[in-house]
Design a protein around this ligand. Structure first.
Ligand code: SF4
Length: 467
């Protein structure tokens, strides 16, 4: 069952808290309170896919090839490339990143990525299909040099031309962006530049292990604006180590002042494979040194209100957009509607015709597979029709609103009947309302949607460790 949401946070704010190091902050974290569900403990909170990754199996990896050798797919296609290099590992990071690779090693990795794309281009399932969206994620795509970016994208475009793509998104760490590099990125045809700002305060950036400082991010935003990217997105995280309410409000004000086309706001989670968790374990702490979930929800709610007052629209649990008619998140919306995703690079996740797959998570075996001319798929999961409906229902619920007619037309299933029990429960708790065709989350529901989504999971997928 969903724990009772308390309006009072279990972990009090620590206004003015200024810890000298992450270790100090961890040791100063409050003990778990009477309501441990509200304190931030270790573990993944966000639901990024369904069924949970822990159910994907090594034994099913070979089945991806059978899909790829089948008839040409009809779904929308996206292309993703994972660039696992960063200047420094952030203390809250749980991705596979490498901070010690030299230019020759990075070039080798990019060549392996292009070999992977070449293998895909030869598959009948993908033959002649052009991507509707392209995404460069990481890690830090902007860590690559202009020459590396040019070589990578030229090779990718030869195999999967982007001329019909509605969106080409690129994640950037502000400290890696020189004027010259930003100009080159703009010239690659990037439509959304996603700037990993996270916070505008130098103390918070430093304590959380971010590589950049406020001076670099102010400069990067200013240059990106001059270059007139079609969409500049600012990423913020509510509740980083040592965050206070005053600091959060200043961050929101500064983000509004820059008038980006969109802002993504995440609530801080502390997965097991983070430096913060390692410090917690060493100190015997169960509670992370960050605000509790109720406080983070309050902060995001404050941000939503402030952005709305400034003319923005809340378009999902994590996004606000200046002009929803113009600014879209094609990658997210297509994936959540069941698009195919050709995902290349170490540890990346993809999806073909209901078959989920993930690549090898270590760069050595990933590159070795490609050296041998094999796809580096490590594990996979073949969904059934009910799991696909469920996936599409829960992920789209993160937009705040879905219609029953969409699922009736696509799956011949009325979600109001299929999910009658969890819907009634969430309605009785005030998280959700049903009005005719529409199923909508309340603001309170939207702010904690990832926690609520477990109500819809099949019994065998509940309480899965979300890694
Ligand atoms: S920049 Fe992103 S991917 Fe790189 S270490 Fe930090 S959180 Fe992880």
């Amino acid at each position: 069952m969903v724990p009772d949401p308390s309006p009072v946070d279990a972990v009090p704010d620590r206004p003015g808290a200024q810890h000298a190091s992450l270790g100090d902050a961890v040791r100063g974290a409050p003990s778990p309170s009477a309501d441990p569900d509200e304190a931030t403990g270790a573990g993944n909170y966000f639901v990024a896919n369904y069924p949970p990754f822990s159910f994907w199996q090594r034994e099913q990896a070979g089945r991806v090839e059978s899909v790829l050798e089948g008839p040409r797919g009809e779904a929308d296609l996206g292309v993703y490339f994972h660039i696992p290099f960063c200047r420094k590992r952030c203390h809250f990071c749980y991705f596979r990143v490498y901070t010690d690779r030299n230019a020759a090693e990075i070039n080798g990795y990019l060549q392996a990525g292009l070999r992977e794309f070449r293998l895909y281009a030869g598959k009948t399932y993908l033959a002649g299909r052009k991507p509707k969206f392209v995404y460069f994620g990481g890690g830090t795509p902007s860590y690559l040099s202009v020459a590396q970016l040019t070589e990578l994208t030229t090779g990718m475009r030869d195999l999967f031309p982007w001329d019909e793509a509605e969106e080409v998104a690129f994640e950037a760490e502000p400290g890696t962006l020189t004027e010259k590099k930003l100009e080159a990125i703009r010239n690659l045809g990037i439509t959304r530049l996603s700037l990993g700002v996270e916070n505008f305060d130098d103390h918070i950036l430093e304590l959380n292990g971010r590589a950049h400082r406020s001076k670099e991010l102010h400069r990067a935003i200013a240059v990106a604006k001059e270059l007139a990217f079609p969409q500049i997105n600012i990423d913020l995280i509510a509740g980083m180590v040592d965050e206070t309410e005053e600091n959060w409000k200043r961050c929101v004000e500064q983000a509004i002042a820059y008038q980006p086309e969109s802002v993504t706001i995440y609530q801080m989670e502390v997965p097991y494979n983070t430096t913060i968790y390692q410090e917690m374990k060493a100190a015997g702490q169960l509670t992370a040194p960050v605000a509790g979930w109720a406080t983070k929800r309050q902060w995001v709610s404050y941000a939503f209100d402030a952005f709305e007052a400034a003319g923005y629209t809340v378009t999902s649990a994590t996004t606000v957009v200046k002009d929803p008619a113009k600014t879209k998140f094609v990658y997210r919306d297509s994936l959540w509607a069941g698009a195919d995703l050709l995902s290349a690079g170490v540890a990346s996740f993809g999806h073909f015709a209901g078959m989920h797959y993930q690549n090898n998570a270590d760069i050595g075996p990933y590159m070795m597979a490609l050296d041998e001319g094999k796809l580096p798929v490590y594990r996979a999961y073949q969904t059934n029709a009910d799991e696909r409906l469920l996936r599409e229902f829960i992920l789209r619920l993160k937009l705040g609103r879905v219609t029953a007619s969409y699922y009736l037309a696509k799956y011949g299933v009325d979600p109001r009947e299929r999910f009658a029990q969890p819907l009634a429960y969430l309605q009785s708790e005030g998280f959700l309302s049903l009005a005719g065709d529409e199923i909508s989350l309340s603001r309170e529901g939207l702010l904690q949607v990832d926690r609520l989504l477990h109500e819809f999971f099949l019994p065998q997928h509940r309480h899965a460790r979300y890694t």
